[in-house]
Design a binder for this molecule. Sequence first.
Ligand code: URA
Ligand code: CA
Length: 440
Amino acid sequence: MVSNMRMVDLIEKKRDGKELSKEEIQFIIKGYTDGSIPDYQMSAWTMAVYFQGMTESERAELTMAMVHSGDTIDLSAINGVKVDKHSTGGVGDTTTLVLGPLVAAVGVPVAKMSGRGLGHTGGTIDKLEAVEGFHVEIENEEFIRLVNENKIAVIGQSGNLTPADKKLYSLRDVTATVNSIPLIASSIMSKKIAAGADAIVLDVKTGAGAFMKTLDDSRDLAQAMVNIGNNVGRKTMAIISDMSQPLGFAIGNALEVKEAIDTLKGEGPEDLTELCLALGSNMVLLAGKASSAEEARKMLIEVMENGKALESFKTFLSAQGGDASVIDQPEKLPQAKYTFELEAKEDGYVSEIVADEIGTAAMLLGAGRATKESEIDLAVGLMLRKKIGDEVKKGESLVTIYANSNDVEDVKDKLYSNIKVSKEKVDAPKLVHEEVHFQK
Ligand code: URA
Ligand code: CA
């Protein structure tokens, strides 16, 4: 394309609060990806976006320009509506492990591309690798065949998805422009769309352990993503859920696999089960497999109760080389050498469990990666014995620590300073705050 566009003019235009056209946004993203637009001009542009914001049409164009900056995954050979779920990050969030087999069991195709984790605990792939033999290194054709046959498969991240986003995200990180709703929303949505999703259910976390700390900010981010999705032809909705404390009880890879097994049997923690039903029923609805969220929820509860959800997890694990006997014998999962109880120092009610700090404590045990190069220990982690609002007696366990070292004093200190017990009764926080739908 011969173009007489100049980046300096586009920076000026955004600086002055004017709307950029589709061609202008494509020029910026293409030029930044191929290196013809330097970091210093892109930094000035992102700062202009930070202050001036972006219109609905600019957000949609930016998202699609990033989608087309690299490879896109073609899932058209898979029958049915491919619904993906994305969570804006949390601590001990076992939902992905549960949701895949759960919605697959009612016929929703789950073609999941997943990554490894950094920080807190592992990513979905790390967790699944706690099952002996399980692997995600499969060919595309095999991946598609498995989804058509079993309704669920997971593949590792391909190398060249949304390179523009990778480069831009690193730049934003060092130019104080991460925290811009249009930039966050287009970054997240571009990755989901490039990975082949026809429809998307978003789980936007709110609270102390989340990226967005207040309900207002979480709602704005959710609405921005939902509108982008719908404006580019992908049915998208969001649920805003609480992350003021970790979800479920387990934080750690093998522990979370065990928790997922329990939840698929309908015997999991109440909050994790509820969130999986809320997200799952919307996935079923967007996939066109039910006519109302209530009907979808009933279908999901049924497969939890009749064993089909667990069966779907087994089939999925063995199809990718995993030893599915762990489902009936979870003691075959990696086991930590030592356990320690964190005993309450006084009577009262649990009033605070600072999610991200609890995640860091699990990382100190080895459950997460401090750097990309760290090895993770699949066996270690934490099991919360109390959640916010629970009554506790002095000497009762607040947390069980699963460790492969017998010196966990620093972990205990971190836990004690981040789990508060108060004399007054405390209410359990609301789990699902609200749903967000498309608004023109
Ligand atoms: N997560 C992303 O993927 N992108 C952002 O910009 C922020 C959080
Ligand atoms: Ca959990």
